[in-house]
Design a protein around this ligand. Structure first.
Ligand code: NAP
Length: 532
């Protein structure tokens, strides 16, 4: 490995792989470090049964290479984790990416030399590399949240976090399984585990909205039609709110007749997937509009659950539909009709402790053989904050972000020149299709590097006032929606002690793309372009 490179990239998921490919194609030397033993990032780690993307496969795939998108055949509308991992591996091989990736290697430190404005990057394995640019491609949902439940360490059986699933899989046949957590991961895996386990107890703290995924196999005809229309599909995606070609109903949910509204929801319900939360443009803007979707959802879901008392517990009462990431499922609610599945309401009786053979709640004891933690992530900032990043004046990134993440356009951080954070706070991030988002960010960074070189400049650094304005804009845009009214991980609400700041940019993927393009076109307005 060279001691000096142009760019160090942390992470070999979708963003890191494309950063390597793009920047290497521009003639730069690039070194990628990846903690896992293979490519894929979140798709490398999250191997729990039922793991599947909630963005259509035709959209959740790279657009940068026409031959790639024409050659690759997705087998289903929503790809499973193994299929996505095969795809990412195919991309790594096809573009000969592995030779610049060091696997099984966690970056620990990044320190700015204020004289040269180069970064010294260190890894757990003792590597030390000097880089002009650092790209953080660590992913917004990669730092698993292990709940601090008393006695968890003393549990005798298997403990499996959905985000760290054993590669060889887990056989739950004949086992008494407990699942803690009913977010997207829990909701996907619970029906699959229920099919195998002898008994399944689901420990639910907060009920969640989920809509049927509506997954179907793709036939040749559909694939051909999609591929023939790829250019237009990508164009629409780049201009869209969330990075896939979706158009909401043109009117407010409150400006249409009951019949028309119902038809629109019915259509989205039949199509399946997360876009149910965007059927009408104002669904996430006013409680009245949101209620129309919520009531429709509730009717649909109650109808498939046999026991009305169980249904009552499974219907969320504490947040508007879509204000937390809506989940998608394959017969999740129907799973509670099975004799071997039991819902435990932690709101009525919280978990008090775990011991060798089971889980104690405030009012009962459950004998459990295996525990599944579907307890999510320290999202958006968790993986960045695990790195010790030291910028100007010896300030660490964690100190700079003590009150919450502060970025300009999500990409730049004052005091940390030439350090680019991809698809994190201050960008649409988790609200958009992460593959196209990664491409958007990497292309922007590549252009920025080209601009510096063309102007004989050494570094790009966000100005503090631009950061302050962007943080304010992001929070004002969020406050104009219902999004901050839910206790979601978008706000850091799932991690005790984390500052409550709405982290993603809610203004839409297309709008965001235009903003960052305008900044670049204006000579990187809001950034200091530092000359030698
Ligand atoms: P999550 O949405 O944060 O859900 C975590 C669950 O664990 C929540 O139900 C939470 O309850 C519960 N929990 C956490 N700590 C607990 C404790 N100490 N005791 C009891 N319950 C506890 O995490 P996730 O399901 O992994 O999903 C995170 C995000 O990843 C999703 O929103 C989505 O963006 C992405 N994802 C996507 C897909 C997909 O594409 N289909 C699949 C999986 C994940 P509370 O709500 O009460 O905190």
């Amino acid at each position: 490995m060279p001691a000096k490179v142009d760019v160090v990239v942390v992470g070999a998921g979708f963003a890191g792989l494309y950063a390597l490919h793009k920047l290497r194609s521009e003639g730069l030397t690039v070194q990628v470090f990846e903690a896992g033993d293979g490519v894929g990032g979140v798709w490398y780690w999250n191997r729990y049964p039922g793991a599947r993307c909630d963005v259509e496969s035709v959209d959740y795939s790279y657009s940068f290479d026409e031959a790639l998108q024409q050659d690759w055949d997705w087998s289903e509308k929503y790809a499973t984790q193994p299929e996505i991992l095969r795809y990412v591996n195919h991309v790594a091989d096809r573009f000969d990416l592995r030779r610049n990736i060091k696997f099984g290697t966690r970056v620990t430190d990044m320190a700015l030399d204020e004289e040269t404005l180069r970064w010294e990057v260190q890894t757990e394995s003792g590597d030390v590399v000097s880089a002009r640019f650092c790209i953080l491609a660590v992913g917004p949902l990669s730092n698993a949240n292990f709940p601090a439940i008393e006695g968890l360490d003393s549990f005798d059986g298997g403990v499996y976090h959905t985000a760290h699933w054993p590669h060889e899989g887990v056989d739950f046949t004949g086992r008494r399984v407990g699942v803690i957590g009913t977010g997207s991961s829990g909701i996907q895996t619970i029906p699959r585990i229920a099919e195998q386990a002898a008994q399944l107890h689901v420990f639910q703290r907060t009920a969640n909205y989920s809509v049927p995924a509506g997954n179907v196999p793709l036939d040749d005809e559909t694939r051909e039609a999609q591929k023939a229309n790829y250019t237009e599909r990508r164009r629409l995606s780049m201009a869209s709110g969330g990075g896939s070609p979706h158009e909401a109903h043109p009117k407010s949910a409150l400006d249409v007749s009951e019949e028309e509204r119902r038809a629109a929801y019915e259509k989205r319900w039949e199509l399946g997937g997360v876009l149910f939360s965007k059927a009408f443009p104002d669904q996430l803007l006013t409680v009245d509009a949101n209620d129309t979707a919520r009531v429709f959802w509730e009717e649909k879901v109650r109808a498939v659950i046999d026991d009305p008392e169980v249904a009552e517990l499974l219907v969320p009462k504490d947040h508007p539909i879509g204000a937390k990431r809506i989940c998608t499922d394959d017969r999740y609610f129907q799973t509670y009709n099975r004799d071997n599945v039991h819902l435990v309401n932690l709101r009525a009786a919280p978990i008090e402790r775990i011991e060798a053979g089971g889980v104690h709640t405030a009012d009962a004891y459950y004998e459990i053989d295996d525990l599944v933690l579907a307890t999510g992530f320290d999202a958006m900032t968790g993986s960045v904050e695990k790195l010790r990043i030291v910028g100007r004046g010896g300030e660490t990134l964690n100190e700079a972000w003590a009150e919450g993440p502060k970025t300009y356009l999500g990409l730049g951080i004052a005091g940390f020149p030439n350090l680019f954070n991809l698809t994190g706070p201050g960008s649409p991030s988790v609200l958009a299709n992460m593959v196209l988002h990664s491409e958007l960010h990497v292309n922007w960074v590549a252009d920025a590097i080209g601009y510096l070189d063309a102007h004989g400049a050494v570094a790009l650094e966000a100005r503090p006032e631009a950061v302050a304005d962007w943080v304010k804009e992001c929070s004002e845009r969020a406050a104009a929606t219902l999004m901050p009214t839910a206790n979601s991980w978008y706000l850091g609400a799932n991690i005790p002690g984390k500052p409550r700041v709405f982290m993603p940019f809610v203004g839409g993927f297309g709008v965001y793309g235009r903003i960052i393009a305008e900044v670049a076109a204006a000579g990187y307005k809001g950034f200091d372009v530092i000359e030698e």
